[in-house]
Design a protein around this ligand. Structure first.
Ligand code: F6R
Length: 637
């Protein structure tokens, strides 16, 4: 989704801004722009603004042709919300004089009334965006302050922005430059991320860590409601009340923020291949080698979060919601814990009655999904409003970005530690989320002691031993299915619809298979619980509609095989995901997965789902890493 970079220092800003935007490309965007302030002989400056529809290369070419000198500037990649993805709607947006420029991530919810108010006093708007009200409002405030005798300065720009922010409703991160003060940059955030990177005599501000790659590892993440004035000499940071704040910068960990495709054709393929490593790291961090007596899993969770727990509710969107569905199955079947999964976007407007002693878990790889954050914040608020401590909020986050807005909202985080994921279609972060749920379910099961759903403590320990084998199993599976799925892809050249079937713990994996295929190949796909086929979707089947069926040995194996037979009788091409053997001979093509404990099977069955989608999309020559209309981090509701 939208990305912001802003630089102030002593070198030319435009090349660094373009590089920062390049690092944010993975988030998804449809236009881009930069504005720089060139210092002129008079001491004030000249604003240069370049914008271009489409990929960043269009903006880079425009910069090569026209230039944008100056040592201070702002840049933006836009993912359209208000107004079509056209150049006139691309950021930066300017005030009427063309001297002040703004980039913004988020949504200004009251932009309509602000626009009407400004139009009523003669302001002309040049775009359809919500953002454009901001430069006009700041410019009007600057004019008022200057009419009162104030001189142009960074402090004045800061004050004008501080005065305007209370007028804006919604969530935003923004950066402002003004030609009258070439040595000042003002940035602000409310419920949308913004980080300040500290270089030597220069500062780079960005909405996401990859833009800081190669610039600095020393960062100052801005807190909600904060505003900062940046000059080449330093940072002045203020809270929402206007009080000056001092905070120590932190260090970005490792090279997690560096996006590198290595020798892979796409980031998505590289990230699928990284999953054995994701699993190995998780095993090393969370499965202590304690023999027959030590704890089953080591999780960084305080007892207060889990003591006396009676219910879990999981809030998530998209792929993360599929991980949550597997998680709910595990929590109920392994730990005997009643668990509900909600679409975060629905929860906010129709939450269930409050239940006591409930853990609310936000599942989001990016940690910035607006729907998930809003649902969590709402739950936190309505629980805080209850006098009875049994209803007190207990919030947990499962994320790949512990430093995200989610990390600041919840009481504790399970960091899936998958390293940066650039492909918009989530793969290794999905596996990481699944593993987080295995950890949580095992920890809760262990706390309960005794047998749950027929699983004794010894059986749990055996499950953990099997989990230790996962990295090696994944390594073999990824290599094998990469080859097999590549060989299958040509069969899907004319395919328009695909059905994915699964049951029990593999039903969410069927949903995930369908979502992956839709997202990157643009082939219509649906996932169903296999037993539901006969209640309607079977009407869609004929020889043109492939059916991918997940058939893993366990409680529903025979049932799934029968459901596959029903599809075969309608001439559907059957692709099976399951172990080799006489049972799975019903399938026209088998993507073999070794027989493991049914509860662990999603960790394996997801691999052919990912690789099949990847190779079908790559065979079609599509932009796998940045599929149309999608964004890596969905920061609008
Ligand atoms: C699918 C995908 C999306 C995200 C969804 C939630 O590949 O990535 O469906 O899962 O937008 O995103 P997060 O997990 O960042 O909350």
């Amino acid at each position: 989704m939208c990305g912001i970079v802003a630089l102030i220092g002593s070198r030319e800003a435009a090349p660094q801004l373009l590089e920062g935007l390049r690092q944010l490309e993975y988030r998804g965007y449809d236009s881009a722009g930069i504005a720089t302030i060139e210092r002129t002989a008079t001491g004030s400056g000249q604003l240069h603004c370049l914008r271009a529809e489409g990929k960043l290369i269009n903006l880079t070419n425009r910069h090569a042709a026209q230039g944008a000198p100056g040592q201070c500037g702002i840049g933006h990649t836009r993912w359209a919300t208000h107004g079509k993805p056209e150049e006139r709607n691309a950021h930066p947006h300017l005030d009427g004089s063309g001297l002040l420029a703004v980039v913004q991530n988020g949504i200004i919810e009251n932009h309509r009334s602000l626009r009407e108010e400004l139009q009523a006093v003669g302001v002309d708007f040049r775009s359809d965006t919500d953002t454009e009200v901001i430069p006009h409002l700041v410019s009007r405030r600057l004019a008022e302050l200057r009419a009162g005798g104030a001189l142009a300065s960074g402090t004045l720009l800061l004050q004008a922005v501080q005065d305007v922010l209370p007028l804006l409703q919604g969530a935003y991160a923004l950066a402002v430059v003004w030609a009258q003060v070439p040595g000042a940059l003002v940035v602000a955030r409310r419920a949308a991320p913004l980080l300040i990177g500290l270089g030597e005599g220069e500062f780079l501000c960005a909405s996401d860590t990859p833009a800081l790659a190669g610039f600095t590892r020393t960062i100052l993440p801005m807190e909600d409601g904060e505003v900062a004035l940046l000059t080449p000499l330093g940072i002045e940071l203020y809270d929402a009340a206007g009080t000056r704040v001092q905070r120590t910068p932190t260090l970005l960990s490792g090279t997690e923020h560096v996006a590198d495709k290595r020798s892979f054709r796409h980031f998505m393929l590289k990230e699928i291949h990284e999953q054995p490593e994701t699993a190995a790291l998780w095993v090393a961090r969370h499965l202590p080698v304690g023999g027959a007596t030590g704890p089953l899993v080591a999780l960084p969770l305080d007892d207060a979060l889990l003591d006396g727990l009676e219910r879990v509710q999981l809030l998530a969107c998209g792929t993360s919601r599929h991980a949550a569905q597997v998680g709910a199955y595990l929590l109920e079947q392994l730990a005997g814990m009643p668990t509900d999964v909600f679409f975060a976007s629905e929860f906010r407007y129709g939450p269930p009655p409050l239940s006591p002693h409930t853990l609310t878990v936000g599942v989001t790889q990016s940690g910035e999904t607006a729907d998930t954050l809003a649902a969590l914040a709402m739950e936190q608020e309505r629980r805080r409003a209850m006098a009875d401590p049994a209803y007190a909020p207990r919030l947990l986050g499962i994320t790949n970005r512990p430093e995200s807005s989610l990390g600041r909202l919840v009481d504790a985080v399970l960091d899936i530690g998958a390293g940066i994921e650039v492909g918009v279609a989530a793969t290794k972060t999905f596996l990481g989320q699944l593993l987080a749920f295995y950890g949580l379910a095992l920890a809760l099961a262990e706390r309960r002691g005794g047998s749950i759903n027929g699983r004794s403590p010894e059986a749990l320990r055996q499950l953990v031993d099997q989990l230790r084998l996962l990295p090696e199993q994944l390594r073999a599976l990824v290599a094998d299915h990469d080859r097999r799925c590549e060989g299958l892809a040509h069969r899907f050249v004319d395919t328009r619809d695909v059905i994915f079937l699964g049951r029990g713990i593999n039903y969410p994996i069927a949903l995930e298979g369908a979502l992956k295929l839709k997202e990157i190949s643009y082939i219509h796909a649906e996932g169903y619980p296999a037993g539901e086929m006969k209640h309607g979707p079977i009407a869609l089947l004929d020889a043109q509609v492939p059916v991918v069926s997940i058939a893993m040995p366990g409680s529903v194996f025979e049932k799934v095989l029968s459901n596959a037979q029903e599809a075969k009788a309608r001439d559907a091409q059957l692709i099976g995901v399951g172990p080799e053997g006489p049972d799975t001979e019903v399938f026209d093509v088998l993507l073999p997965v070794p027989a493991v404990d049914e509860l662990l099977s999603p960790l394996l069955t997801v691999i052919p789902m990912q690789l099949l989608s990847y190779h079908i999309a790559a065979h079609r020559g599509l932009d796998v890493d940045q599929p149309r209309n999608l964004a890596k981090s969905v920061t609008v509701e």
